[in-house]
Design a binder for this molecule. Structure first.
Ligand code: FAD
Length: 460
């Protein structure tokens, strides 16, 4: 089994490339984007399409797709993170701000599909929907609560519905499943094929992506690199889980780890036992949940929270993963799918996602400083980065549109607590969630501890 090396997705396309040419020296541009993940690349894409005359450069410390965009679970999800009340209290966002953002996110899955199709990017994209499987009675209650909360925000039965155990079984056989939620608004993708396809289109549109180019500081209209300063009308920060490495931004977003393992391709006999012909993406409904996809070449990729966070927002390089994390993901796989319990694990890896203090994502662009940014998607940025890219386009071009009126625009999430408080607080939260899951497995009832931790952490 391999671990690290930026993960299986890169290996499956022949391994990560060497970094391309760095910034040749100080330059001037219209827009300089820091970070070549989905956020940076979608922003470059939509800006270059809208105004081909713009000089756009992307400055990337490693290679395009080094971060979470090359390592994620491949869910292109129309749902997003954070409690509705946070978005609802944003001023000037209209009568039903959360509903508007929800609709825009649901539409985003089809927007990603349309761009892939227009540019003939083959990224194993299948819009099979999402099955949120409830394992045991307590998780079944979580699923019912989720549906009830969604109904309060304009999500109807066609968008999110309940499946009984009998309705689930012909599609997917998960041991101990007592039912599931189903939404059609989620697609599976191969993260790196999406990333490299998008990067190629962006280059063809005339955008320069300078790899091996670290930015140490973002100032009004300037990005500082060891090769010289880039001066631009707009500097877009698209650094997500790595943001704390930039001067002055230590407490803006916490880099939360997520880890994955992938099996070898499973034989047809195992697939017959499991089902899963619809290629839905799958999760369970625990507090510390697992997320899964069936890959196009017949493997199961499963991810979840391992070591949640490293002291002082340290990030992890190429994604080496602790043995205990690999073992707990392997155990989860075996408990959900006993038929796959002995499947060899081919690769394990980890990555960092960006988490704001209020667990809600943001897009912002300040015309006075020329500094823009998007992120804080928690674990759901694959689709959200596309919506962010379109929104940043409108903000940067000075256009007021339905996208710029959405309630995630112009938010100012508060900063995280400084260390040494942050590390014990985050580790404490995840350890209490694990305890809540254990209690719920034992009692079959939602634990009050889970709800208490939700409230204390501000996550729900
Ligand atoms: C294991 C894992 C599984 C996940 N699964 C899902 C999923 O299934 N669905 C989903 O929606 N989301 C998922 N996520 C989250 C999702 O991948 C991210 O939200 C999304 O990829 C963020 O994209 P980004 O472009 O904002 O950030 P990144 O992809 O992290 O890109 C940031 C880029 O900025 C570069 N950079 C950072 N600092 C600097 C600097 N100072 N100078 C220059 N360059 C810099 C980095 O090298 C990196 O390439 C997952 C994340 C992880 C880690």
């Amino acid at each position: 089994m391999r671990t690290g090396d930026l993960g299986f997705w890169w290996r499956s396309v022949g391994g990560p490339p060497r970094p391309g040419a760095p910034l040749p020296g100080p330059i001037e541009a219209d827009v300089a984007i820091v970070g070549a993940g989905y956020t940076g690349l979608w922003t470059a894409y939509y800006l270059a399409r809208a105004m081909p005359s713009l000089r756009i450069v992307v400055l990337e410390r490693e290679i395009a797709g080094f971060g979470a965009s090359g390592r994620n679970g491949g869910w292109v999800s129309g749902f997003f993170s954070g409690p509705a009340r946070v978005y609802e209290r944003e001023r000037g966002a209209g009568d039903a701000p959360y509903e508007a953002l929800q609709r825009a996110m649901l539409d985003t899955v089809d927007e990603v599909a349309a761009v892939l199709s227009e540019h003939q990017i083959e990224a194993d994209f299948v819009k099979g929907g999402h099955l949120g499987v409830a394992i045991g009675a307590a998780q079944a209650q979580h699923a019912r609560d989720e549906i009830a909360a969604a109904r309060g925000h304009g999500v109807g039965d066609a968008d999110l519905s309940a499946l009984s155990a009998e309705q689930l079984a012909p599609r997917l056989r998960v041991a101990g499943a007592s039912g599931a939620t189903f939404s059609p608004h989620v697609a599976r993708v191969h993260p790196v094929k999406l990333l490299t396809g998008l990067a190629e289109v962006v280059r063809r549109l005339g955008v320069d992506i300078h790899e091996g180019t670290p930015v140490s500081e973002i100032r009004p209209h300037e990005a500082i690199t060891p090769f010289g300063t880039v001066r631009a009308r707009w500097i877009v920060r698209a650094t997500e889980g790595y943001t704390a490495g930039l001067h002055g931004l230590k407490r803006a977003l916490v880099p939360m780890n997520s880890s994955m393992i992938v099996t070898e391709p499973l034989p047809p006999s195992v697939w017959e036992e499991i089902g899963w012909a619809g290629n839905e993406v799958v999760s369970d409904s625990a507090h510390v949940y697992a997320y899964l996809q069936r890959t196009a070449d017949g493997r199961i990729a499963i991810g979840g929270r391992g070591v949640p966070y490293r002291f002082a927002s340290r990030t992890d390089g190429p994604g080496e993963t602790a043995t205990a994390t690999i073992e707990s993901l392997r155990a989860k796989l075996a408990s959900m799918f006993p038929a796959a319990a002995s499947a060899p694990i081919d690769h394990a890896w980890s990555g960092v996602l960006g988490v704001p203090r209020d667990w809600c994502m943001s897009v912002d662009a300040d015309p006075r400083t020329g500094i823009a940014w998007a992120g804080g998607y928690v674990g759901e940025g694959v689709a959200a980065a596309n919506l962010a890219g379109r929104t940043l386009r409108d903000l940067i071009l000075g256009e007021r549109t339905h996208l710029t009126a959405l309630p995630w625009v112009g938010r100012a999430p508060s900063r995280w607590e400084p260390e040494p408080l942050r590390w014990p607080a985050i580790h404490g939260v995840y350890s209490l969630y694990r305890t809540a899951d254990r209690i719920e497995r034992r009692t079959g009832r939602p634990s009050r501890l889970g709800a208490l931790v939700d409230a204390l952490s501000g996550r729900a």
